[in-house]
Design a protein around this ligand. Structure first.
Ligand code: ADP
Length: 304
């Protein structure tokens, strides 16, 4: 039997504390909420769960605090069959938390990085064997930038394929972009990276990324689909599938994991974009980021 694709995700783990209230409090005010939910999240962990559900041998490198949330998040990843040996427990920190107030159909979010902010280049060196065993190294921007740059550089040195989801949006140095094989921004992340206003054409903003040393750019466009452009000159747009949307949280995460899984298995760029588009379409039909990630069987059964 062919060996499963191997994906290493280097990134964040968060507990999302979601509080529902009729209206958000004003500054200095207390309001009563209706409900609270504790939902495992963090872009790194979401992408690791999606990758594992698809059947990739998935390893996570990251950090949690020495607290109950940390234990719970690690347990959730283990249950998905994810290798968490390289997720350290930081005694001096707390698990990353996203505090989310949901009211009147909108939300207010405060993210506290906690242990995610303590994932260091030294951690990458400690777990370099995990990278050596992988096909694809998948990164986002919820851990220190210094570590993302170090990890990408190390992975390239080892001949691995580096996929970067540049989220949350921020400007990035060419030192990092030049190490990236596949950059997967959404539209606003792309325009920020291209340092261009939305008046420039999408294709021009994507070309700007190639000029910074990225080999392939895939821009996710929400319900409109995803556009791709490679240094070899391949380009195209894969339309989204029409589905009953329930919750788009984690759409980008499922897409990134789907793409990385397909690429690690040897797919060409267009094929990987088409596969990721199916994975993301299924993910948005379910509530919750990690809970909504589909299995390979569900993706294969999905008729667009
Ligand atoms: P992000 O969540 O990072 O902002 P997008 O909104 O661009 O990312 O969504 C990522 C991918 O998820 C899209 O390229 C598409 O494949 C899928 N997707 C998002 N929204 C929808 C939708 N309403 N219907 C179908 N697919 C969707």
């Amino acid at each position: 039997m062919k060996k499963p694709p191997q994906v290493v995700v280097i990134g964040s783990l968060n507990m999302d504390i979601v509080v529902e209230a009729k209206r958000p409090p004003l500054m200095g005010e207390t309001v009563h909420g209706n409900q609270v939910h504790f939902i495992p999240g963090g872009k790194g962990a979401n992408q690791a769960v999606a990758s594992a559900r698809l059947g990739a041998k998935t390893t996570m490198i990251g950090a949690v605090g020495a607290d109950a949330f940390g234990t719970e998040l690690l347990q959730a990843l283990k249950q998905e069959g994810i290798d968490v040996e390289a997720v350290k427990t930081e005694a001096d920190s707390h698990t990353g938390v996203a505090s989310i107030v949901l009211s009147q159909g909108d939300n207010q979010i405060i993210v506290v990085a906690g242990a995610n902010g303590q994932v260091t280049p030294a951690d990458i060196n400690t777990h370099v064997d995990k990278i050596k065993q992988s096909d694809v190294v998948l990164l986002q921007l919820e851990i220190p930038l210094e570590t993302v740059i170090y990890a990408a550089t190390k992975a390239k040195e080892l001949g691995k394929t580096v996929v970067l989801n540049p989220a949350p949006a921020r400007e990035l140095p060419d030192e990092l972009l030049s190490q990236v094989d596949v950059l997967i921004p959404n539209e606003s992340e792309l325009y920020l990276l291209a340092q261009a206003d939305a008046k420039i054409e999408l294709a021009d903003a994507m070309h700007a990324m190639l000029q910074k040393g990225v080999s392939t750019v895939v821009t996710t466009l929400g319900s409109k689909g995803a556009a791709y452009l490679t240094a070899k000159g391949e380009q195209g747009l894969v339309a989204s599938h029409r589905v009953q949307v329930v919750d788009t949280t984690g759409a980008g995460d499922s897409f990134n994991a789907g793409f990385s899984y397909a690429l690690a298995g040897g797919a060409a760029v267009e094929e990987a974009v088409a596969f990721a588009t199916k994975v993301a379409a299924l993910a948005v039909t379910k509530l919750g980021a990690q809970a909504g990630m589909p299995t390979l069987a569900q993706v294969e059964e999905f008729i667009a």
